[in-house]
Design a protein around this ligand. Structure first.
Ligand code: HEC
Length: 131
């Protein structure tokens, strides 16, 4: 009985922690992904770029809902939720653009898509951090 209660308490605290931590999780996944993509471009390794893009798309999907994004914007920046969520949409679009360019072996264009993606990260961070 005691053990059951403890287990329930542990399970509850885990689910609460993961609910509040969706942003941290999403950002960590995207961070790993963008490092992989950069590594792939610098080392001319298409496979690593593609794996990194998958990570980024996964992380970005976790932090793309306007209501979720708004929660993390400071009070004096809530009105900029559209701009912030456009940054997330831009990341999703860039992932597709990069993949299509890789399919076409248009590596310079693919690399431009990567640069645009990094700018989209900064666009949202800039709002949040009042850069
Ligand atoms: C729609 C908004 C938004 C976008 C787009 C975005 N981020 Fe973030 N990011 C945040 C918020 C909110 C924080 C937490 C506040 C802070 O660190 O200033 C954050 C923090 C981070 C952190 C620090 C995490 C931590 O635990 O402190 C990393 C790393 C990060 N982002 C990576 C990325 C990468 C890489 C991209 C682009 C692929 C990206 N982010 C795009 C909103 C965004």
């Amino acid at each position: 009985m005691k053990l059951t209660k403890t287990l329930v308490a542990v399970a509850l605290s885990i689910s609460v922690a993961s609910a509040t931590d969706v942003m941290t999780k999403s950002m960590n996944i995207m961070q790993q992904g963008i490092e992989q993509v950069q590594f792939g471009f610098i080392n001319n390794n298409e496979q690593i770029i593609r794996e990194g893009l998958k990570q980024i798309s996964k992380g970005n999907a976790m932090f793309s809902d306007e209501a979720v994004i708004k929660k993390y914007l400071p009070d004096n920046k809530k009105h900029m939720v559209n701009v912030a969520s456009n940054a997330s949409k831009r990341i999703a679009a860039d992932a597709t653009i990069i993949e299509l360019n890789l399919d076409d072996k248009a590596y310079t264009k693919a690399a431009e898509g990567y640069a645009d993606m990094v700018n989209a990260c900064s666009r949202c961070h800039g709002i949040i951090r009042s850069w």
